[in-house]
Ligand binder design. Structure first.
Ligand SMILES: [Zn+2]
Ligand SMILES: [Zn+2]
Length: 273
């Protein structure tokens, strides 16, 4: 059923396991025809050990995936990208990586912001407030508007610890979905949390994300939707629990685009869709 995945990490980030080649081999034996690597982006001025690879690992990441692309080109199409936060400070860096052809695409996974002390800080914790999710949304929308991202990874990430689906959540969802539509960016229905256990969040037992209400809105507003395995281990690709995520999306009546164009056009400076 699942033929493409553009959300794949590597051990460089410090919390994923396995060799790059094992991800490719697993994808081939599972029957994927496209695999996109999108490890947590390495940032020159903000190291985050255990969360993203050190900036010094950038050349190795690029050369490793490029050589796998060549080695397996008869069997699978491999893309090279990053999962990156919507950090305005780094937008010129992101643009350069794309324009100079070092990578082909970016997906926006907005986990952290730069705080007033110039440190990277998580948006959410067990004390997530309405202000936190509003800041997340504002920043994410800004990221979408740059046109640098082909996909928004887990757009409903803000519900991971927020305890109720209230008017703030609805407003945030609408802003994100509206921007994604306007800028022709896919929203990713992410399977990462579905491979874990449901959690008690507020008075509900559910996955942190995907959150049903968000996706009902996305469907109603006719957003473009794709799936993302968010692999942190080669075996995540073939994990049976991904089928539960797929089924959840189909039960919600979502139309899933399997193939997404994740190739940045350097001349036109956009992803042609
Ligand atoms: Zn990760
Ligand atoms: Zn990810």
């Amino acid at each position: 059923m699942i033929k493409q995945n553009y959300h794949t990490h590597t051990s460089r980030c410090g919390h994923a396991i396995g060799k790059d080649e094992e991800y490719v081999q697993e994808a081939i034996s599972f029957g994927l025809n496209e695999l996109g690597f999108s490890d947590h982006i390495m940032l020159p001025d903000h190291p985050q050990p255990g969360i993203r690879g050190d900036y010094a690992l950038l050349p190795d990441y690029i050369s490793s995936i490029e050589s796998l692309r060549e080695k397996y080109k008869e069997r699978i199409k491999i893309y090279l990208g990053f999962e990156a936060e919507a950090l305005p400070y780094y937008f010129p860096y992101y643009q350069r990586l794309l324009d100079e052809g070092h990578i082909q695409y970016l997906i926006c996974g907005n986990h952290c912001e730069i705080d007033k002390d110039n440190n990277l800080k998580w948006y959410f914790s067990k004390f997530t407030t309405a202000d936190d999710i509003k800041r997340y949304t504002k920043s994410l929308v800004k990221g979408i508007k740059t046109g640098l991202f082909a996909i928004v990874a887990h757009p409903d990430y803000y519900m991971g610890s927020y305890t109720k689906w209230d008017q703030t959540c609805i407003d945030c969802a609408k802003q994100i979905i509206r921007a994604a539509k306007k800028y022709n960016v896919h929203l990713e229905f992410n399977f990462g949390a579905i491979r874990g256990n449901k959690k008690i969040i507020g008075d509900e037992l559910r996955y942190g994300y995907p959150v049903k209400q968000f996706w009902e809105l996305a469907k109603k507003m006719k957003a473009k939707i794709c799936i993302g395995i968010d692999a942190h281990s080669p075996l995540d690709i073939s994990n049976d629990a991904n089928d539960n995520g797929y089924k959840m999306a189909l039960d919600l009546g979502l139309k899933l685009d399997q193939k997404v164009n994740v190739v940045w056009n350097k001349e036109k400076k956009c992803y042609e869709k």
